[in-house]
Design a protein. Structure first.
Ligand code: HEA
Ligand code: HEA
Ligand code: CUA
Ligand SMILES: [Cu+2]
Lengths: 207, 106, 352, 617
């Protein structure tokens, strides 16, 4: 059971996340999960595209959407993607403290993204009376963006759990895959957001 | 463990990791640029409506390719299966989008 | 179209004959004996595909039978180890290429026919007949465009002419199907579907709802009454000159009319071409083929229906919307409704 | 846990063992019992359907109840019987076939089976709680959104929970096959059943998410007032149809591809011949899976998508005949020149060939769009899909059960009874469904509670009902066989069929760690190769060493229970806000177990080398 002891830099392989069979399995498993998520979000995007003009007399996307806020949110999330890469960089260099630090930053960026999203939703609801129930467009909008937001929330919860869990233990071959799969998941959230801001906000602004 | 050889390997790995990180920084920079371009196109309305949507989609696709290939290491060895699955997913996604986006209106 | 058809015409007729002899369902209901354009197009493809499939099935079964007879384990040779064959390029190519060819044989006519049946451009032509069809739980409504005619349950069309249908549903998805003259098409809620039907012969054709739409889905029948073009003209004229206020002849029916008005029936049912269409339009009701689409047209049935429609069509939208009607009253109303005959052109004319 | 034989344990010990198991072989048992139970239930529903249709204008059951009956029959059979039974066989055989000690994620495997069981229970609770779902297994909106009882809510949550389990199994099998093959087992040396498991898992991975989303949208519309399918607010019901069939068509290949794998094993084994055209078989499977994603709209030919869409989908649909044909002919060629031994497993396989060919041919006939305007939603379609599903999937499950039963339970099913079961079921089947082709074209739409008098549909329906009862007799014989075998069946040796693949190289039933030493694979049909070279057993691919095994855990059970409770909360929160307590309570239980799982390291245990050596003596 040697693999649970914290490893010193000497014995730690360069890719600790894939050094054990469990690690390899987790790595593949998460990638496959993301493959499935691709179709999952495609179904939501498809639904949104089909319903984006079904406003039932309510406000349209052109009237409501503001680009500034979305731009800030985008930059936040993109940056959090970079910080998580940076954390993985430190993992490869076996610098546990720095890894935790940068993951912390990632989490904070994610939280601020969520905060802005909630603010945005509140803004549409109070200022435009635009809700989940107003029209098919409303349902599709909140569901698509909300599903993404839900993924962010879940990601943050996951991050917090592994960070606290391993704070005292340091990096080892048992938890390295957990960190790594988290970072993959987090990137994927960013991938989805790229399409959200493109399809929902930018295209919504165009027509 | 007092093996100098392993130290060398370490050092070499560190160097490689660093280079890798620099690549990541560059791709991050590019992603930000792509994002800005996309937002600017829409905010200023300089482009003809006909072209905007395809251009936006292409920009998004490039950006996503960066995420996958650099940030998520899909370019590296040992990622054949992940790549297959993601492409499978993308294929499924395209069909779904075609189904819902195009032929639910007739 | 004609080319490949020619070759199969003989077979087609032969097939139809065989089916008629062996019993292929009720006339004017079965899809086996097509009497309309759409049904015929489908039938051609059905026959073509059966021919292809017979060939396929025989090929499989011949090999299968040989295998089973020749290659069984022999007594006393239980230890015999057959040669471990990996494969055979030629054979594998053969059974890849032949199916591809067969698929083409079927696919090309399919595509041609699909486009042919989807071509509703004729609807815009001068004198084309267009009918707005509405599917409702569990009845059908028909409005003749530009003619100010409304009917329910029985739709009249002239023989030999394309009749264009614009179909929409008021509640859930239904599907319009008259097997003997045309294949089906769904009746959706959010968009109008277009198709055309054309009957070759006079007759009363059974229509069925083919998409699950609730408990009484199986009872959502209707009829297409195909009459000669002259008779159709007359029917149109008669229907346009209906006087909804017309007093019935005998006393019972007069009483029935009063009861009909007193019992709220008019809030939903209209007679004549104006008025609400949340319930079957009862113009010319006396000439209907069936009560509520599927029950035999007798005064008893009608009176029973009026008293308790739920018993006959579970979940229908008439139940409980009007005051209880006594047996006598129901019979009087039935008498009145049975006398609503507004035209000489009846299903009998079409040969019911 | 020790390897010392686990004989004579108390009932509660066995129960606890199953509740906490993460062993793929026991998970397979759970799938088998669960799926088997739901098969009986679905069959009972089928019999009720057939009794109602025995004569015209019958009033055996009411209209609304009939709709519940076929909805539950279809849903149960597809999601709770056929798929779990297939997963049972996959779990039982696939890891053994690749020489693995377990699956990649044993915990997820257990979670999958419990999610299926709880999802199934939830769905079926609707019978007692105000009415089952009644909008068909396809649950088309707006009928489903309008449906007045909670039935459709049970459908949504039951399938959501069971579906999540299936998705996990899919990912699990993929990782297992990629990472855990024995040394020497390259992809092109994998047995065909492993291959089809692999490709089926890919289908699951890409098909189920569409259903997940569809169910979410339906749930939001029914419970939270959204307007996806509400035309009055701009919604579009066709979106549901697309989402359902984007899932639904690949789903039918999920039901048949593993079965193709089973038949490939059986034909090869009992013809004593290598599978003919192995490479072609593998690529044909891939091609079917690939094309399977591009044909979903053939279920929607009459929706009004337009001539262009209908044509494209018609041609794509017909194209699937080609790779499937390759398979049929390769099986025939496998038997050609062989030394065919006919026992129960082989009988089911031989029965499959003509039956499935007919079903496939009617499928291609349905693919001809214009012809489908006549067939669609009639008994012709019912006949088609029972020919492929019963004649394919169910025959295949029976074949696979007879084939692997010795491996799963250590006893051989009785041959005489097995043959009787086959013949009775086979004839019953053709009686039931062959006439339905004609009924359809004679003007009998499907999902009809009654058919009218004087429509010349009486005889056909009568024959059909009689056939269904014959099938019922067949099923009862099989049950009898199972019980008789359990009581006094013949004990099975490791390799009762003169098998070709790795699962036959280890004892029946295998020890919980499967392989003492992971074998070295030297080619396709690894065991057969060793046997022809006169070796008694596989050459080990590793030295004898400690074996790492995962610990059992009750958490999968509790987590599934949590989702189950939350599901009930979701269903009833529309009636009263207090139900939110149940909803959040269930969620807390499920998420709480998840947190426990991630906080508590589960490092498994080791079976010591010494212990293994002692065992060997
Ligand atoms: C195990 C499940 C299974 C399988 C394997 C199939 C296989 C096929 N199915 Fe089926 N199908 C269903 C289950 C399945 N189906 C179900 C459940 C429904 C109804 C759902 C509902 O509405 O409730 C349905 C409905 C359905 C429809 C919609 C009908 C309608 O509602 O109007 C269509 C239409 O194209 C179709 C086509 C096909 C085709 C072309 C195949 C092909 O894959 C068949 C290929 C096989 C062969 C062709 C035989 C072997 C080949 C040869 C011997 C080679 C030579 C052959 C030729 C050249 C033809 N199916
Ligand atoms: C895997 C899938 C599967 C299987 C195996 C079956 C098996 C059977 N099916 Fe089913 N069927 C479907 C999937 C399946 N079906 C689907 C998807 C639909 C469409 C639903 C819809 O429209 O929404 C459908 C619809 C359907 C209909 C059409 C209903 C309608 O449209 O109105 C009919 C009618 O004959 C039917 C009959 C049968 C029969 C007789 C069997 C027989 O093969 C069953 C044989 C089994 C038995 C007879 C079991 C006997 C068991 C006992 C006797 C023991 C009982 C004891 C205990 C419970 C302890 N099925
Ligand atoms: Cu209307 Cu079925
Ligand atoms: Cu299909």
């Amino acid at each position: 059971m040697s693999h649970i002891h914290p490893l010193n830099p000497e014995t730690m392989p360069n890719e600790p996340e894939k050094a054990t069979l469990e690690g390899k399995n987790k790595f593949l498993g998460l990638w496959f999960f993301l493959g499935g998520e691709t179709v999952l979000f495609a179904s939501l995007f498809g639904t949104y595209i089909a319903l984006r003009n079904s406003t039932a007399g309510g406000p349209t996307s052109q009237e409501m959407f503001g680009l500034e806020l979305v731009f800030i949110m985008t930059i936040l999330l993109l940056t959090s993607s970079l910080t998580s890469v940076y954390a993985m960089y430190h993992m490869k260099n076996q610098d546990f403290k720095k890894m935790q630090l940068w993951l912390g930053v990632t989490g904070l960026l994610g939280l601020s993204f969520l905060g802005l999203e909630i603010y945005e939703f509140a803004h549409y609801i109070t200022d435009y009376g635009f809700t989940f129930r107003s029209s098919a467009f409303g349902s599709a909008f909140y569901t698509l963006v909300g599903f993404h937001g839900g993924h962010v929330t879940f990601g943050i919860a996951w991050l917090i759990t592994i960070m606290i869990r391993n704070a005292k233990r340091g990096l080892n071959l048992y938890n390295a895959p957990k960190y790594y799969t988290f970072s993959l998941y987090w990137h994927f959230i960013d991938v989805i957001w790229v399409f959200v801001f493109t399809v929902v906000y930018l295209m919504g602004k165009v027509a | 463990m007092e093996n100098t050889n392993s130290d060398k390997i370490r050092a070499y790995q560190k160097q490689k990791n660093k280079e890798e990180m620099q690549k990541h920084l560059i791709s991050f920079g590019l992603m930000i640029v792509l994002t800005i371009i996309a937002f600017v196109i829409v905010a200023t309305g300089i482009m003809d409506k006909m072209f905007v949507i395809p251009v936006l989609v292409i920009l998004a696709a490039i950006q996503v390719a960066f995420q996958f290939y650099y940030f998520m290491h899909m370019k590296d060895k040992g990622h054949e299966m992940p790549a297959t699955m993601i492409y499978g997913g993308v294929w499924g996604a395209l069909l779904t989008l075609a189904g819902l986006g195009v032929i639910s209106w007739w | 179209m004609k080319g490949w058809m020619g070759k199969f015409r003989a077979l087609f007729i032969l097939g139809v004959l065989a089916l008629v002899l062996t019993g292929c369902g009720k006339e004017n209901l079965t899809a086996f004996v097509p009497k309309g354009y759409g049904a015929e197009s489908s039938m051609k493809l059905i026959i073509l595909s059966i021919v292809v499939m017979t060939f396929v099935f025989l090929s499989v079964m011949i090999i299968y039978t040989i295998v089973l007879f020749r290659f069984r384990e022999k007594k006393g040779q239980e230890d015999y180890i057959p040669k471990q064959v990996e494969g055979n390029k030629t054979l594998e190519t053969i059974w890849t290429v032949i199916p591809i060819i067969l698929v083409f044989v079927l696919a090309i006519p399919t595509v041609i026919a699909t486009f042919d049946l989807a071509d509703v451009s004729g609807a815009a032509e001068e004198g084309a007949i267009s009918v707005d069809v509405t599917g409702n739980q569990y009845w059908w409504h028909f409005e003749y465009q530009g003619e100010e005619i409304q009917t329910s349950q029985d739709m009249y069309i002239p023989v030999g002419e394309k009749v264009y249908l614009n179909m929409i549903s008021s509640d859930v998805i239904h599907s319009f199907w008259v097997p003997t003259i045309a294949g089906k098409m769904d009746v959706n809620v959010e968009n109008t579907n277009q198709m055309y039907i054309e009957a070759y012969e006079e007759g009363v054709y059974w229509g069925k709802c083919a998409e699950l739409c609730g408990p009484s889905h199986s009872l959502m029948d209707f009829k297409v009454v195909a009459v000669s073009p002259e008779e159709y003209e007359q029917w149109v004229a008669d229907m346009q000159s209906v006087d909804p206020e017309e007093e019935p002849q005998d006393a019972v029916a007069v009483e029935g009319k009063e009861l009909f008005e007193a019992n709220n029936c008019m809030t939903c049912h209209a007679i004549g071409s104006t008025g609400s269409n949340v319930a079957p339009n009862l113009t010319n009701f006396g000439n209907r083929t069936k009560v509520a689409g599927f029950m035999e047209m007798t005064p008893e049935n009608l009176a029973d229906w009026i008293q308790d429609p739920e018993k006959f069509k579970p979940g229908n939208n008439m139940t409980g919307t009007y005051p209880d009607v006594s047996k006598e009253d129901a019979e009087k109303i039935a008498e009145y409704l049975m006398q609503l005959k507004h035209t000489e052109i009846t299903p009998d004319v079409a040969g019911n | 846990m020790s390897i010392a034989a686990t004989q004579k344990r108390s009932f509660s010990a066995i129960l606890w063992d199953y509740l906490t198991t993460v062993d793929h072989k026991k998970v397979a048992h759970l799938y088998l019992f669960g799926g088997g139970f739901f098969f009986l239930l679905g069959g009972l529903e089928a019999l009720i359907i057939r009794i109602q249709l025995i004569k015209p204008m019958n009033d055996f059951i009411s209209a609304g109840f009939y709709n519940e009956m076929f909805t539950m029959h279809g849903t149960t059979m597809i999601f709770l019987a056929a798929m779990p039974l297939i997963l049972a066989l996959m779990n039982a055989a696939m890891p053994l076939q690749i020489g693995a000690r377990d699956v990649a994620f044993p915990f997820l495997n257990a979670l999958g089976v419990w999610l299926f069981i709880f999802g199934g229970i939830l769905l079926n609770m609707s019978w007692f709680l105000g009415g089952a779902p009644d909008a068909g297994w396809t649950s088309y909106v707006p009928l489903a959104t309008d449906s007045a009882t909670h039935g459709v809510d049970f459908y949504v949550l039951g399938l959501q929970i069971a579906g999540a389990g299936t998705l996990m199994s899919g990912i699990n099998f993929l990782a297992t096959i990629i990472n855990m093959r024995a040394p020497g087992m390259t992809y092109m040396r994998m047995p065909l059943f492993t291959w089809t498991t692999f490709i089926t898992s890919v289908l699951i991975l890409f098909a189920f998410p569409a259903l997940t989303i569809g169910l979410f949208l339906l749930m939001f519309d029914r419970m939270f007032g959204s307007a996806f399918f509400n035309a009055a607010l701009g919604g579009n019901a066709i979106i549901w149809e697309h989402l359902f069939w984007i899932f639904g068509h690949p789903e039918v290949y999920i039901l048949i591809l593993p079965i193709f794998g089973i038949f490939s094993e059986i034909f090869a084994t009992f013809s004593k011949k290598r599978l003919f055209g192995y490479t072609a078989m593998v690529f044909a499977t891939m091609l079917i899976a690939f094309l399977g994603f591009m044909v979903w709209a053939h279920h929607m030919f009459t929706v009004g998508l337009g001539a262009m869409a209908n044509s494209i989908f018609a041609v794509a649909t017909m194209a699937i005949a080609v790779p499937t044909g390759i398979k049929i002919f390769n099986w025939l060629a496998t038997m050609w020149g062989g030394s065919i031994k006919i026992n129960s497993a082989m009988l089911w396989s031989l029965g499959f060939i003509p039956t499935f060919t007919i079903g496939g041919m009617t499928g291609v006939m349905l693919g001809s769009a214009v012809a489908d305007y006549q067939y669609h939603d009639t008994y012709f379609v019912v006949a088609h899909f029972h020919y492929v599903i019963v004649g394919g999937t169910v025959f295949g499950i029976f074949a696979g059960l007879h084939y692997w039963w010795p491996k799963m339970f250590g006893r051989i099913l009785n041959e005489t009874l097995g043959k009787w079961t086959f013949w009775v079921f086979f004839f019953g089947f053709h009686f039931t469904f062959f006439v339905q082709h004609f009924l359809g074209l004679m003007g009998m739409p499907r999902r009809y509670w009654v058919f009218l008098n004087d429509q010349e549909l009486d005889l056909g329906n009568f024959i059909s009902t009689i056939g269904a009862f014959l099938m019922g007799v067949g099923v009862i014989m099989f049950l009898w066989n199972v019980i008789a075998t359990a009581v006094k069946g013949e004990k099975a040796e490791a390799d009762p069929w003169d098998g070709r693949t790795l699962e036959w190289s280890i004892p029946s039933p295998p020890p919980f760690y499967n392989f003492k030493q992971v074998p070295l694979v030297r080619g396709l049909d690894a065991l057969w190769i060793e046997k022809t070279e006169g070796n008694k057993q596989m050459t080990p691919g590793e030295p004898l060493d400690d074996i790492h095994m995962p610990n059992g855990s009750i958490l999968p059970f509790i987590m599934s229970l949590g989702f189950f409770i939350a599901g009930i909360g979701f269903i009833y929160q529309v009636d009263h806000k207090l139900w939110y307590i149940v909803l959040y309570g269930g969620m807390a239980l499920a998420l709480g177990t998840m947190v426990v799982r991630s906080l508590k390291d589960d490092l498994g245990f080791y079976v010591k080398k010494e212990e293994l050596e002692r065992e060997a003596k």
